[in-house]
Write a protein that binds this ligand. Structure first.
Ligand SMILES: NC(=O)c1ccc[n+]([C@@H]2O[C@H](COP(=O)([O-])OP(=O)(O)OC[C@H]3O[C@@H](n4cnc5c(N)ncnc54)[C@H](OP(=O)(O)O)[C@@H]3O)[C@@H](O)[C@H]2O)c1
Length: 278
């Protein structure tokens, strides 16, 4: 069985491949796609250089794939054409199953970041390709402990519960779906143990011994702060909008689906923070 992973050179892709290998999938059965292939040269798998702009290269890379882990692209605003190419290529190649990394409640959330994910989910449905939706919640790693210790924690998520999980947990869940059976057509809403940004600041304070406060700003003010530290304005607006929605619960996800796919409890926030504090 051949499993192709897009975004293999990124953080989630590498972890998913490591998880597939740990589950006993032979390296010879895994193909990792990306541009900076030197990043995954150590994994021992087959690697192929593709850009999402190139449908022919994608089609060639997917040819012979039984399953594809379709990790969403990393450039908001460009993802609809990129994802359209990926789905077209998968169809051309006759891929057996596509496993797509989406966002919580992509079909009902008002989070701007979800718009391209929803279009992608619709394109997958229209393609007729067998697929699985992994609606991944926030990564705990989105929160930089180092930055919080240096400057405090700033956001616009109020006291919204955020069911973030480690990238490694999301990656392992994806690998479970890829090696498992009976997932076709399923939609998994995936999240870890919920916490507020006040809880996060308290946990960082507890573990570091340094008082870290959470400062809650309006989405407009938070956008300004992000732009002030060099985040491009369109992306800053998306991040602030995500916090706006998170304040209303858009990133709260029951832990049930993630724990079912993992077959174990999710990695607790305290464990993830401990790894970053040390
Ligand atoms: N749930 C969350 O909290 C969260 C947070 C951030 C992002 N995300 C989403 O989850 C995805 C995976 O997260 P991550 O942390 O692994 O992101 P990442 O480390 O930035 O990896 C992104 C991957 O996408 C590939 N890629 C981007 N544009 C491409 C293009 N035009 N052609 C070919 N490959 C391209 C990159 O390949 P090269 O580096 O080799 O070019 C890389 O392998 C992201 O892409 C994004 O959609 C989710």
């Amino acid at each position: 069985m051949t499993i192709v992973v897009t975004g293999a050179t990124g953080h989630l892709g590498r972890l998913a491949i490591e998880s597939l290998l740990a589950k006993g999938v032979p390296a010879a059965d895994i193909v990792g796609l990306g541009r900076q292939l030197d990043k995954i040269a150590d994994l021992g798998i087959t690697t192929k250089h593709v850009d999402y702009a190139d449908v022919d290269a994608l089609t060639a890379a997917f040819t012979g794939a039984d399953k594809v882990l379709f990790i969403s692209g990393s450039e908001p605003g460009k993802r609809v054409p990129q994802h359209t190419n990926i789905i077209t290529a998968a169809k051309n190649a006759g891929v057996g199953l596509i496993v797509y990394t989406s966002i919580p409640r992509a079909d009902t959330t008002d989070m701007k970041l979800a718009e391209e994910h929803l279009v992608t989910e619709q394109l997958l449905a229209e393609s007729g390709l067998p697929h699985v939706l992994l609606r991944n919640g926030w990564y705990i790693e989105n929160y930089s402990v180092e930055q919080a210790l240096a400057h405090g924690l700033v956001g616009a998520a109020g006291e919204g519960q955020i069911s973030a999980a480690t990238r490694a947990d999301f990656a392992e869940a994806a690998a479970s779906v890829l090696v498992g059976e009976g997932h076709e057509g399923k939609v998994y809403e995936l999240g870890g143990e919920p916490f507020t940004l006040t809880d996060l600041a308290a946990e960082i304070s507890r573990q570091s011994g340094q008082e870290v406060a959470y400062t809650d700003l309006s989405p407009e003010k938070y956008t300004e702060v992000l732009v002030g530290v060099g985040v491009p304005a369109p992306f800053a607006e998306i991040l602030a909008d995500s916090d706006r929605a998170a304040a209303k619960g858009a990133l709260f996800v029951p832990v049930t689906d993630l724990e079912a796919l993992l077959g174990r409890p999710v990695t607790p926030l305290a464990t993830a923070i401990a790894a970053a504090v040390k």
